[in-house]
Ligand binder design. Structure first.
Ligand code: HEC
Length: 512
């Protein structure tokens, strides 16, 4: 029987391209899909195992082939971003070929360990937590629910933000959250209308947003680049929450955790987020495609600016949106191009390399809308009105800004914020540079143990033990900082993921 099964899986595994779930495909799902597709995640189905994925193969083929999944609207050929969620061409072909070949499982025991998801925070408690009251989604089976909460921060001193983590109260229903700071406390909570898309005062500034699968916004916070965003004493935090259709009756209480620089920190460069280009004066006639443009010329008297991110914003009728700068020398600075606008997946896209934008640059935006609502639609704040805005994070330029690898700087800055580890799983030394000991003192003879190292994006870096039965108690394993292929893992934050008799434990390790 066992031989027959092996023979069948050998044949299946041998088909077409020879790729199997266990050897090739599972790791791609764990890297690129399961952050949302796990029980308790935002996606409706869990893709944590072969048995969960194989019945969905036809839908997966279509979603991947058409580029709907993973959701990543910006065009990577136009510009490259930090925390890119998309599939590489190789990963995409692998999934499609594997499905066409009959999605063979291969040898189940070779499947890498699945990531462990917790709903706790990544960065820990921080300096200030602001939370919306418990709210019940009013989204019906056809209409989404958009509500806004204005919550006093209780901040008694001016502070400088270095990182923000948005923690959804209920990961299954929070489709996105936009976080604003309202320094004058002017905004009000609008949780009745279900149609609240934006704040009402221009002094209320968008700072960051949450979309499922996104990493917390951690600004580079040590040499060579210390960046921060001011937050005034007495500010309110304004939450723009989106609960998708079908979530009626479910509860959420999302919170935002602020991490500040210590009081008195010097040398922090001020980052601003502003809607640099916007157009409030357009009309979309029914049954028409309309192009809307906007531009802003950076005054010649301004300093050169370093643009860090772009966040295009339209509502439900938007189809495409693009933004770029044309410098006085005639060069084009490519900020963002979204060929298929999707209101449900909006984000600040931070550039891998800062876009150095000189004075006199004309920052342009162009978008297309298709209106089939049966009525004329104009610009306005409600979700059923339309918007044309591109926000940017930017700061005054300093020589060399455009040469930094922002992904490396941002992930290195996560290190400094990590909470102290707790629980029975310990690592010594931590942080480490060459090697660290992973210790689980409670282990007993006969325990079945798996131990893997993941990076902070959930990618498997190294498998140290795979369902091994312990012959001695008191487990200690060394990790020498190398990846599965023997390369040196780069500096940054890692997670030890251990299961003992099926029970998961995690701990964070920093390599510096
Ligand atoms: C950032 C979150 C996220 C990631 C990452 C993601 N998905 Fe999804 N996926 C969703 C959500 C949410 C839905 C529900 C429909 C929607 O809102 O578009 C969905 C729906 C789907 C569907 C429709 C059928 C179903 O299961 O509901 C397929 C198929 C799918 N995803 C495949 C994938 C694959 C394959 C990957 C990885 C290559 C992936 N997704 C990565 C969030 C995600």
């Amino acid at each position: 029987m066992k031989n027959a099964l092996l023979f069948v899986s050998f044949l299946a595994g041998f088909s077409a391209f020879g790729q199997t779930w266990s050897n090739d495909v599972a790791q791609v799902f764990f890297n690129k899909c399961t952050k949302c597709h796990h029980t308790g995640g935002i996606a409706p189905t869990s893709y944590m195992s072969y048995n969960e994925v194989s019945p969905m193969s036809a839908a997966i083929y279509d979603a991947v082939n058409q580029g709907h999944m993973p959701p990543w609207p910006p065009d990577n050929n136009y510009q490259q971003y930090v925390h890119d969620r998309s599939l590489t061409a190789v990963e995409k072909t692998l999934i499609l070929d594997w499905i066409l070949a009959g999605f063979p499982e291969g040898i189940a025991a070779n499947t890498p360990p699945a990531p462990v998801y917790t709903s706790s925070t990544i960065l820990g408690n921080g300096d200030l937590t602001v939370q919306i009251p418990t709210y019940m989604s009013k989204a019906t089976s056809t209409n989404d629910d958009y509500v806004c909460f204005s919550v006093p921060s209780g901040l008694t001193q001016n502070r400088v933000i270095r990182a923000i983590e948005i923690v959804p109260g209920n990961r299954q229903i929070v489709h996105h959250a936009l976080i604003y700071v309202d320094p004058a406390g002017l905004e009000v909570t609008d949780s009745i209308g279900g149609n609240c898309a934006s704040p009402s005062n221009s002094t209320t500034k968008l700072i960051t947003g949450y979309t499922p699968g996104a990493t917390p916004m951690v600004l580079p916070s040590s040499a060579p680049m210390k960046l921060g965003i001011d937050m005034a004493a007495g500010s309110n935090v304004y939450f723009g929450m989106h609960y998708p259709s079908g979530t009626y009756g479910q509860y959420d209480s999302t919170k935002v955790i602020f991490h500040f620089y210590p009081l008195g920190t010097t040398g922090v460069r001020q980052v601003t987020a502003d809607p640099i280009i916007e157009n409030w004066n357009f009309t979309l006639p029914n049954n028409q495609t309309t192009t809307v443009n906007a531009q802003y010329a950076l005054p010649a008297a301004y300093p050169t600016i370093s643009v860090l991110s772009a966040f295009p914003h339209m509502h439900l009728l938007g189809k495409t949106i693009k933004s770029f700068g044309v410098t006085p020398a005639g060069d084009t600075l490519k900020y963002v191009n979204i060929p298929n606008w999707d209101f449900h997946w909006q984000d600040f896209y931070f550039f891998k390399h800062i876009q150095k934008t000189p004075p006199g640059t004309i920052i342009k935006g162009t978008g297309k809308y298709v209106n089939n609502t049966g009525a004329t639609v104009t610009a306005g704040l409600n979700t059923t009105d339309e918007m044309f805005i591109v926000y940017f994070h930017y700061m005054v330029y300093q020589a060399g800004d455009e040469n930094y690898d922002m992904e490396a700087l941002m992930s290195a800055s996560i290190d400094e914020l990590l909470p102290a580890q707790q629980g029975p799983l310990m690592t010594f030394p931590n942080p480490f540079s060459t090697s660290t000991q992973i210790v689980y003192a409670n282990s007993k003879v006969g325990d079945v143990v798996s131990v893997s190292i993941y990076d902070y994006q959930g990618k498997l870096i190294r498998q140290l033990k795979n369902t091994e039965t312990l012959a001695t108690s008191g487990l200690t394993i060394e990790w020498d900082g190398t990846t599965e292929s023997g390369a040196d893992a780069r500096k940054g934050i890692y997670f030890v993921s251990m299961t003992v008799n099926g029970q998961p434990f995690t701990a964070q390790i920093i390599r510096n």
